[in-house]
Ligand binder design. Structure first.
Ligand code: AMP
Ligand code: TRP
Length: 338
């Protein structure tokens, strides 16, 4: 149960470090949309400051930030129902981020698997920002006293760290100020896998474009990628148990369930016994039907970038109304003169 002391408020973010993928859509954005119609205030963010923890060409960063905003809106995130922002336009994130750099411990950060994955063997040469990034992520969330954070499975560890930071801050300063944020990891497709390798997450940074479905792919590209997706030679099972040790088959069924808003059990009841030669065209048809209206709307919105900039500027103003008093109180708690 959430603490009744805090207003039910949702925060989530996506990095504008490339195009949106089907993984972002099913793992995160679909939930952003449904949560706007529940009893929450909702704040959704293009986390440009997180993106630059690895090199971004400035022109690409600006383009990708606007395109991501277009992707949110085209998918149903409404600038009327939600506060839509880019992170750098709300400086309170970075200000609270510094304080959390001084709360989080080196040992905690060193255990973050996303850092280990992204840094690989190159830990000497990655940016300091890449290491500190989860403390800024905690600030993104806690500068709004957000109570719920919809994300894909891969962000679970960062949300546990957010709770650790909130708890240590509250303990060290003897206050009950930051809430214990709840992760919201729900749906049939909280971890969409690569179409080429069922053991790897679908990601916008995978060098192979065939590994992912981009939200801007046209119908032909979507159909082709699904047709070529790696599978095994067996027919689909009628029970969930039959997907054990079949990561590629499981992934395609999860994607179908996520897109069609069904449970995996329901999907298997309908498609059990089918060969991939039958299932893949049905999946491609479903994906095109769900995604092509979104990519068409994204292209329409991108034709007027000034309108996107106006939406983000307005969102920043609304966001600061929430964040400014929370940051001010934090400064008082830690003893900063102002
Ligand atoms: P990112 O693109 O890394 O900024 O991720 C933004 C959001 O999309 C986060 O909530 C992620 O958990 C989610 N996400 C990214 N990739 C996937 C995936 N392959 N499956 C499910 N969710 C994902
Ligand atoms: N770390 C997230 C990712 O890589 C993006 C993110 C940044 C985020 N700040 C956030 C997600 C706050 C949820 C809440 O996907």
């Amino acid at each position: 149960m959430s603490d009744p002391k805090f207003t039910p408020r949702v925060f989530s973010g996506i990095q504008p470090s490339g195009g949106l993928t089907l993984g972002n859509y099913l793992g995160a954005i679909k939930r952003f949309v449904t949560m706007q119609d529940e009893a929450f205030e909702t704040v959704y963010c293009m986390v440009d400051m997180h993106a630059m923890t690895v090199w971004q060409d400035p022109k690409d960063l600006a383009h990708n930030t606007r395109e991501l905003a277009a992707g949110f809106i085209a998918s149903g995130v409404s600038p009327e129902k939600s506060i839509l922002i880019n992170q750098s336009q709300v400086p309170e994130h970075a200000q609270l981020g510094w304080i959390f750099n001084c709360v989080a411990r080196m040992g905690w950060m060193g255990r973050m698997t996303q850092f280990k994955d992204k840094a690989g063997k190159n830990t000497e040469n990655v940016s300091l920002g890449l290491f500190a990034y989860p403390a800024l992520m905690a600030a993104d969330i806690l500068v709004y006293h957000a109570t719920h954070v919809p994300v894909g499975e891969d962000q679970k560890q960062h949300l546990e760290l957010t709770r650790d930071i909130a708890a240590k801050f509250n303990h060290d300063y003897g206050v009950d100020f930051f809430p214990m944020t709840e992760p919201v990891i729900e749906g049939a497709a909280t971890r969409v896998m690569s179409l080429r390798d069922g053991s790897k997450k679908m990601s916008k940074s995978d060098p192979s474009d065939a590994s992912r479905i981009n939200m801007t792919d046209d119908a032909d590209a979507i159909a082709k990628k699904i047709r070529k997706a790696k599978t095994d030679p067996d027919a689909l099972p009628s029970e969930v148990d039959g997907l054990k040790d079949r990561p590629e088959a499981r992934n395609l069924v999860n994607i179908y369930a996520g897109l069609n808003e069904q449970s995996v059990e329901e999907v298997l009841r309908d498609v059990g016994g089918q060969q991939f030669g039958t299932f893949k065209p049905a999946l491609a048809e479903l994906a095109v039907a769900k995604l092509s209206p979104i990519s068409t709307e994204m292209a329409r919105l991108m034709a007027d970038p000034a309108e996107i900039d106006r939406i983000l500027a307005r969102g920043a103003g609304q966001a600061r109304e929430i964040a400014t008093p929370i940051l001010k109180k934090t400064y008082e708690i830690v003893g900063m003169v102002g």
